[in-house]
Design a protein around this ligand. Sequence first.
Ligand SMILES: Nc1ncnc2c1ncn2[C@@H]1O[C@H](COP(=O)(O)OP(=O)(O)OP(=O)(O)O)[C@@H](O)[C@H]1O
Length: 320
Amino acid sequence: MQETAISVADEAVGGAMPQTDGQRWLVLNPTSGSADHTDHVRSLAEERDYHVEETQGEGHATDLATIAADEGVNLLAVAGGDGTLHEVVAGLAAADALDRTTVAVVPVGTENIFATNIGIRDAEHAFDVVETGARRRVDVGMADGEPFVMSSIAGLVADASVSTSSELKERFGSLAFLANGVQEAASFDGLHIDLTAISNGEEVTWSGDALCALVGNSRRFVEEGGQADLEDGLLEVVVIEHMPAGSIVAEAFIQRVLGRTTDNVFHTQAAQLEISSTDGDPIGFSLDGESRYHDRLAIHTEPLALRVCVGPEYTVSPPP
Ligand SMILES: Nc1ncnc2c1ncn2[C@@H]1O[C@H](COP(=O)(O)OP(=O)(O)OP(=O)(O)O)[C@@H](O)[C@H]1O
């Protein structure tokens, strides 16, 4: 594999951008989160002269983002959760409009992980940040041509992430979904995979039976988890080896994962990688929470490809 080069022009300007807007649109998913935000968010937007479009169902946010791009909209707000944001970024990428559109994330979903990562607290804050906050260019992950902003994860956690209990969330914080996966590992056959990544110009590989393979753009999975550097052109790559585990073993294991990497955990940072199935079964991936199946998945970063409005607490490179 050839390493993807980070454009010097992007590096030179850093992530910061001037604030000049023409048309403003809001793509609003009325069903995200507790689904009681529509009137409030619509009025926040209309007070500020946004044109508002509501989504009707799956994939509609992608179509609306493409239409907005074709209309020349250069400030596109997205009210929803991470799934709606994922769809909007896909629509902008399809219209080849990532470079001329700034995205404002209005968090009204269940988890809102990406909004938290870029320092956006709530809907009102999101609209304020458009007026007064900074704008940055951040990296986008690409999985066989499909953009993702948070993560592409395979294995037990892909399904388990939805049902993570609040007790686990309290105990393990942002890695609760991982703990959940490990707890269910006893009945899981494992992912039979080969992974090849380019890390610091060197090819590194992992082969075997994995509990999960985690690729984060805005997400980190080892130590305390949390936000990864969104402007370094790199993905966080973690593979946890599959092992039969009852809940007590699993808990001890997770405690170790939270603290430091172990022999059972492969961790690297890469601009480019490939994950392929070695047993002929397609691998189930969760791309920002959307379910996809691939026999082989090539993933890379598009450095600084997405323009976003960030809150004052956004830190480019948060300490682990
Ligand atoms: N009008 C609609 N009716 C039903 N579903 C819709 C509608 N509009 C969009 N959707 C669906 O909503 C999903 C996205 O939900 P979203 O991720 O924004 O909310 P969430 O799941 O509550 O939040 P999070 O992903 O942050 O946990 C998409 O998969 C899309 O299919």
